[in-house]
Design a protein around this ligand. Structure first.
Ligand SMILES: NCc1[nH]cc(CCC(=O)O)c1CC(=O)O
Length: 315
């Protein structure tokens, strides 16, 4: 039996680029694939994500899977709600792109070179809160839209800069326009930023095995598991001001042998002085098999530091 594997994707340039990579990977196993574009409410509305809700980009793809219209859903992992979807499985997490955020500023400027009062566009509560917490006197302008629309606001002179995921720019071939890749010390990326999530029906064991053997990357999965456990433990949706970055690092065990461990950094918004916003930050390290636990423990530490009060899409 030959089976054509239907890969479902959003129709944006970024989504199609991501899906193209996944399709090539699946094709390389000898399987035949077909790409099916699914329009999501997130693509149709220009309202802030905080108003249209968690899962706006992913729920339509999940429904198409459950209705048997597609066999694989390609999601940007950071847009996926933390709650599992009954009947679906996360079959593979492909190798991650650079997870950091990037600045695209006029005249090649870096964040530190932008004069106070500069207008910086971003739609993410996490980026807004971290930019404010830097205390640079920037004017944060909420924006939405696809990569091209956001970048054009700088070219047109409407904004001095925008902040976007470096991964998205890499996938659409526009990294050359980045004027500074932001150090996670200043700007911790969203949990799972730069990673993809490949979902299929739990009952579709053939596709699950195909994806797991052809497209899954163990290191990415471990890192993203820690970041998402932190997010879930803070009960924060994808539009909440939470940043997390896990990295696999080499360490020495008690006998002096080299072992891999997970280093996790996290940040969350807290209420600051005069009704403003501050970020609390923490980090921890654990064994490679303890990703979930590490995420939960770091979340507990952030909660102790005051995270939680401002969580939620309202920020
Ligand atoms: N929220 C939208 C979204 N979802 C995934 C990416 C970028 C690619 C990625 O992180 O995998 C973007 C755009 C952005 O944040 O700049």
């Amino acid at each position: 039996m030959t089976r054509v594997i239907r890969i479902g994707t959003r129709g944006s340039k970024l989504a199609l680029a991501q899906t193209g990579i996944v399709a090539d990977t699946i094709r390389a196993t000898g399987a035949e694939v077909e790409i099916v574009t699914v329009t999501t409410p997130g693509d149709l509305s220009s309202a802030p994500i905080s108003q249209i809700g968690v899962g706006v980009f992913t729920s339509a793809l999940r429904e198409a899977l459950l209705r048997n219209e597609i066999d694989v859903a390609v999601h940007s992992y950071k847009d996926l709600p933390t709650a599992p979807e009954p009947g679906l499985v996360l079959a593979a997490v492909p190798p991650r792109e650079d997870p950091r955020d990037a600045l695209i500023a006029r005249d090649g400027l870096t964040l530190g070179e932008l004069p106070p009062g500069s207008k910086v566009g971003t739609g993410a509560a996490r980026r807004m809160a971290q930019l404010r917490a830097l205390g640079l006197g920037l004017e944060i302008v909420p924006i939405r839209g696809n990569i091209d629309t956001r970048m054009r606001k700088v070219t047109d002179g409407e904004l001095d800069a925008v902040v976007l995921a470096r991964a998205g720019l890499a996938r659409v071939g526009r990294v050359d326009e980045i004027t500074e890749t932001l150090d996670p010390i200043q700007m911790l990326p969203a949990p799972a930023q730069g990673a993809l999530a490949l979902e299929c029906r739990a009952a579709d064991v053939d596709v699950e095995h195909l994806l797991a053997s052809a497209a899954d990357d163990e290191s990415t999965r471990v890192a993203v598991t820690a970041e998402r456990a932190l997010l879930a433990a803070l009960e924060a949706g994808c539009s909440a001001p939470v940043g997390a970055l896990a990295e696999i690092v080499e360490d020495l065990d008690d006998e002096g042998a080299v072992v891999e461990r997970i280093s996790l950094r996290g940040t969350a918004a807290v209420e600051g002085e005069n009704g403003g916003v501050d970020m609390v930050r923490a980090s921890a390290i654990a064994g490679i098999g303890e990703a979930e636990k590490l995420g939960r423990e770091l979340a507990a530490e952030l909660l102790d530091l005051g995270a939680g009060a401002l969580l939620g899409p309202a920020l």
